[in-house]
Write a protein that binds this ligand. Structure first.
Ligand code: ATP
Ligand code: MG
Length: 222
């Protein structure tokens, strides 16, 4: 059961360096459960790094991250990876059909074929790509690939969804669709925490419904 007073993530004196090169420093930050959080900053300011730290793909080189009140390193990094999905800035789809890409993680979780098929149809519709099941991933446009990667993440129905520049290659109509979708997920409580790095920091407050709804706006991480 989640305690409403405990933030989903609490970052304390968090630092990360790639070798001897410091990439990120956040003195203190709470990310609340059930909220949309946006991370904004110029290129190289550490947006992707902070998402990888929150997702447990990277371990902090200094300070700590509390996940539901407990240090991530004590709970184990696998624990956070089990509850969350990170859609990478440049998502990888393996060669094969869109359906195969979406089904992969669901088969590992041993879902029935009927449920897998239903989830694939449902999530492709949500990202505005109904009927794309049999399209080859190699033959998709950049924006379509990005939306398939988001559908693949949604198919896992994670508690926490991290999206790294999800609308970078996506056209205006699809940006609106994705933003409405993210708001719906947060409102329905199906996803407890969302991070939406926006490449253009000047555009974060006031442009696009998701960004205006972002409760936490981490300006310039470095
Ligand atoms: N694997 C790596 N090895 C060494 N340095 C890295 C590595 N990944 C990122 N960096 C450096 O860390 C800093 C932060 O990078 P990061 O990718 O987190 O920035 P970002 O805010 O996501 O940038 P962008 O807007 O371009 O996506 C940059 O200076 C970058 O060059
Ligand atoms: Mg990045």
């Amino acid at each position: 059961m989640s305690d409403k007073n405990i933030p989903l993530f609490r970052l304390h004196d968090l630092r990360y360096a790639y070798g001897s090169q410091p990439a990120l420093e956040i003195s203190s930050l709470d990310l609340e459960e059930g909220q949309i959080h946006a991370v904004a900053g110029p290129n190289g300011s550490g947006k992707t790094t902070v998402l990888k730290l929150l997702n447990g793909l990277l371990e902090p080189t200094g300070g700590e991250i509390l996940f539901r009140g407990e240090p991530i390193n004590r709970r184990g990094y696998a624990c956070i990876r089990g509850e969350s999905v990170l859609v990478h800035q440049d998502p990888y789809l393996f060669d094969g059909t869109v359906a195969q890409n979406l089904a992969f993680g669901l088969k590992i979780r041993k879902l029935s074929s009927r449920l897998i098929q239903r989830r694939i149809e449902q999530k492709l519709s949500l990202v505005g790509l109904p009927g794309f099941e049999h399209r080859r991933s190699r033959a998709l446009s950049g924006g379509e690939k990005q939306r398939v990667a988001i559908a693949r993440a949604l198919a896992l129905e994670p508690g926490i969804l991290f999206l790294d520049e999800p609308t970078a290659n996506v056209d205006t109509a699809s940006i609106e669709l994705l933003e409405r979708l993210i708001l719906r997920l947060a409102d329905a409580g199906t996803t407890s925490g969302l991070c939406l790095p926006a490449g253009d920091p000047s555009g974060v407050p006031g442009r696009g419904s998701c960004r205006t709804r972002a409760r936490e706006y981490i300006q310039g991480c470095s």
